[in-house]
Design a protein around this ligand. Structure first.
Ligand SMILES: N[C@@H](CCC(=O)N[C@@H](CS)C(=O)NCC(=O)O)C(=O)O
Length: 297
């Protein structure tokens, strides 16, 4: 989306690759609500126009991830709980959890940094209040919204896309919509197939990556699964971000070899600022996977 090719220099504003116009028209709507047509004097109008431009740009920058967020420290078992159910929308995550990352990316891509507060939890040392008050499964992610808590990353990315402002991350075109559902339901199967290949040879995951390569070839006019950047890219990105360096390091298996579409997709995703802000160093991710998977072998 916006993110992907838009860097906020004036030159790139003129040639955005993502429906930047969509972002701007949405921002226009927001600013119109903020500055409803009142009877005002010309100087005031000028000021309003300036305000609108500023708000439009600020929103667009947020959605494109250009406004860099200062990330809060992770809460652990010694941390006080936030004042739950006070009307604040909170997204409970762990910084290294790929499922939580899906929802975090969605929030960033829609420019919702101001509306959805991040509550990062220490992955291994979660506070008890999280299980007791927020999510009895103790899993992240969870979203606290309108005094209710919802979980499951693939449900949450759709929920955020449908219930919050920001550019739509789901296609309108019926064929693309249908394919989006197919790919979203394959996402966990894909992960499982790759996880089980860790126990054997990395190339055992070949069929799963071939599926991705052919999915990326279905629509010709873009580097993303559905041409335009969407929730499908978000669903896969955190996992491919981990699988690629892990398989290369441990199994000497390069997932991009003979898969030009996948290579191009990874390259495009790497340019997405909103996504970049959720990423960890590949080295750290490889170490986490080594601890988790190699110990089991
Ligand atoms: N199906 C869930 C999976 C979430 C999940 O497994 N999260 C992990 C962290 S990456 C978790 O919180 N596990 C519970 C635990 O570690 O106790 C989703 O898609 O949201």
């Amino acid at each position: 989306m916006a993110s992907l090719k838009v860097s906020y220099s004036s030159s790139s504003l003129s040639t955005p690759s993502f429906p930047f116009s969509q972002l701007l028209s949405f921002s226009k709507k927001v600013t119109l609500i903020r500055f409803p047509n009142a009877i005002v004097s010309p100087p005031k109008l000028k000021l309003q126009a300036l305000g609108k431009t500023r708000a439009t740009l600020h929103f667009a920058k947020k959605a494109a991830g250009i406004v860099k967020e200062v990330l809060p420290p992770a809460l652990d078992s010694t941390s006080e709980p936030p004042p739950f159910f006070d009307g604040t929308t909170r997204l409970y995550i762990s910084y290294t959890c790929p499922y939580a990352q899906r929802v975090w990316i969605t929030r960033n891509c829609k420019g919702l940094q101001g509306q959805i507060k991040l509550v990062p939890l220490h992955r291994q040392n979660r506070p008890d209040w999280y299980r007791e008050k927020i999510n009895p499964t103790n899993k992240v992610p969870s979203l606290e919204h309108k005094n209710e808590v919802k979980g499951e990353s693939l449900d949450l990315i759709k929920y955020i896309d449908n219930h919050f402002e920001g550019p739509s991350l789901f296609p309108d075109d019926p064929a693309k919509k249908e394919f989006a559902e197919v790919l979203l339901s394959y996402a966990d199967t894909f992960n499982e197939a790759v996880f089980s290949s860790f126990k054997v040879d990395g190339s055992e995951a070949g069929a799963a990556f071939d599926y991705i390569e052919s999915a990326l070839s279905k629509f010709e006019d873009g580097p993303f699964f559905l041409c335009q950047f969407s929730l499908v890219d978000i669903a896969y990105a955190p996992f491919i971000e981990r699988f690629q360096p892990f398989l290369l390091d441990v199994k000497k298996y390069d997932i991009t070899e003979d898969r030009p579409k996948l290579a191009a997709w990874i390259e495009e995703m790497d340019k997405n600022e909103a996504y970049k802000q959720t990423r960890r160093e590949p080295k750290e991710l490889v170490e986490i996977y080594k601890k988790r998977f190699l110990a089991q072998l």
